[in-house]
Each structure stands twice: as C-alpha cells, then as structure tokens.
Design a protein around this ligand. Structure first.
Ligand code: GLN
Length: 285
C-alpha cells in the first residue's frame, strides 16, 4: 500500500515537470475511461505561441459565453457567497473569459457530473480543484496546471489514527469519485484492509466524522482547513497522503478552445495574476 501511495505521489510530482500522459498512474478504476490517453501538456505545448487570446473570442463555444462547470462546495476553490459562486477557480475562470473577450457563466453541478458535462459539450470547461490523473486524461484534455493540492487525512482530535498506516480495520470517508476516494479504494479497500464511505459532498463526510460514524476523511488540504475550522473536535494529520496538480478540463473535441484557454492561462500565470488570486484566498501560514 505504501508503495502505491508513494508511487502515486511521485508520479504526480513528476507530472509537474513532464507530459502528463507519459507518467500517469497505470491503475484504472473509472469505467468511462476507454480511449487511449492523450497528453494535454503536449497538445497544448504550442498554445502560448499559436493562440492570440486577446483577439480571439468565442471560437468553438456558443455565442460569446464561456460556460464553466463546477461543484461549489469546495472552499476556497469554489463556494457560494450569497447567490454568487466565488473562489480561486471562479476568479481565474473570470480572468480567462475577460482575456478571451467572453462572458463567464458558471453552472453548479455534482463533482461527478463535471467531466461528462465537458465531454458532452454541456459546459465548455471544468474547474473544481480538479486533479489531473490518468483516468481523467482518457476522458478529457487538461490545461497547464494552475495550482497544486495535497490529499490530507482528517481525524477526530482523540483519534488513534496517526497516519494512513493506521487505516487498517477503520472506515474512511471520501467525496465520491475524487482522488481521495480513488487512493483509499486502491490502497485499503481493494486490498481488504479498510472500508470506505463515499459522500456526494465533502461537508457530509466531515459531519459523519464529527458524529463518530466514520474514523477519518481523506480530502484536499485547503478545503480540509476550511472544514476543520468550521467543525469542532477535528484535526488534520501532519502526514500528507498525495501531492496533486489542479488544471482545467476541456473537451477532447475542442482543441481550438484548449489552445485559447491554455494560452490565456499561461499568460495569467506568467503575469503573476493567478498567484495573486491564490494569495487572496489562501493566506500564508
Ligand atoms: N482534487 C480532488 C479531485 O480532483 C477533489 C476535487 C473536488 O472534490 N472538488 O478528485
């Protein structure tokens, strides 16, 4: 288990430096993954030179609207402030739309529905603190990564779980179809060492943990901090579970849009505007 865990972490770290498809994990659990993987990094490698984002508007999309599919339950990346969806992903998407001369429209949906919505063209792009992995690369293309995340373990303050090595015999919670779900499934459930409870929202997993119904939750570190700050009696373990890259999902059928989005994103990364947004939502510790 440890080996797989380390392998996944290492693979994801390496993916920051090399083309995604070349170093993606081999394990496959998603039934929808059927086509052969294609590398977003290699397809978009020429995007910054070939795309002219400020002049290009609306190619491959309905009118002049850029539709973002997200799951607004994941602060600080996407969440509601009143009626409005805000957060790192929403703000970055807005800047990309501005650069492309488009109007951003956000559609809130289940996390599990985002990739199918991108594939079917229901939305143009998917952003949801979404980790690039091999299974998803078979279904969609990804932009350049704009942020990194970590899977962490949340337990009750009095828990005897000190790291993932103590998961044996326990029930672990995760959000359905997230990488936390995959890692726990691969490392502990498929091997018969532990059980998993899957929830459609991270917040529901946190409530179940607080109520003693499950023993730990594996989830992304920044949402973990927000959940733990809002819930009494929980803590995040110091040990990380896996390092990940977040990127924008775009249909494999819309290479033109991939290049435009990636070109705009690369400019926003180079100008420091992406970092400014991240710093606005994530305060240095
Ligand atoms: N980063 C995780 C994933 O991509 C969780 C994302 C989320 O729950 N919004 O699976």
């Amino acid at each position: 288990m440890k080996a797989l865990k380390t392998a996944v972490s290492l693979v994801l770290v390496l993916c920051t430096a090399f083309a995604f498809a070349a170093c993606a994990p081999q394990t496959s659990t998603e039934p929808s993954a059927s086509e052969s993987a294609s590398s977003a990094a290699s397809e978009s490698a020429g995007a910054s030179e070939s795309a002219a984002p400020s002049e290009s508007a609306a190619a491959g999309t309905e009118g002049n609207v850029l539709t973002l599919g997200t799951n607004a339950t994941f602060a600080p990346y996407e969440y509601y402030e009143g009626d409005e969806i805000v957060g790192i992903d929403a703000d970055i998407a807005k800047l990309i739309a501005d650069k492309l001369g488009m109007t951003l429209k956000i559609e809130d949906m289940e996390f599990n529905s985002i990739i199918p919505a991108v594939q079917s063209g229901k939305v143009d792009i998917g952003m949801a603190g979404m980790t690039v992995n091999d299974e998803r690369l078979q279904a969609v293309n990804f932009s350049t990564s704009y942020a990194t995340g970590k899977q962490v373990i949340i337990v009750r303050e009095d828990s005897d779980i000190k790291s993932a090595d103590d998961f044996k015999g326990k029930t672990i919670g995760a959000q359905l179809a997230t990488t936390g779900d995959y890692y726990v499934t691969w490392d502990y459930v498929d091997t018969g060492l532990a059980q998993i409870e899957r929830y459609s929202k991270g917040a529901d997993a946190i409530q179940a943990l607080a109520q003693g119904k499950i023993d730990a939750v594996v989830i992304d570190n920044e949402p973990a901090k927000v959940f733990v700050a809002q819930t009494k009696g929980l803590k995040i373990l110091e040990t990380e579970y896996a390092l990940e890259d977040y990127a924008i999902a775009i249909s494999k059928d819309n290479n033109d849009l991939l290049q435009k989005i990636d070109g705009a994103l690369q400019e926003l990364i180079a100008s420091g505007e992406v970092q400014k947004i991240i710093d606005k939502y994530i305060k240095a510790e």
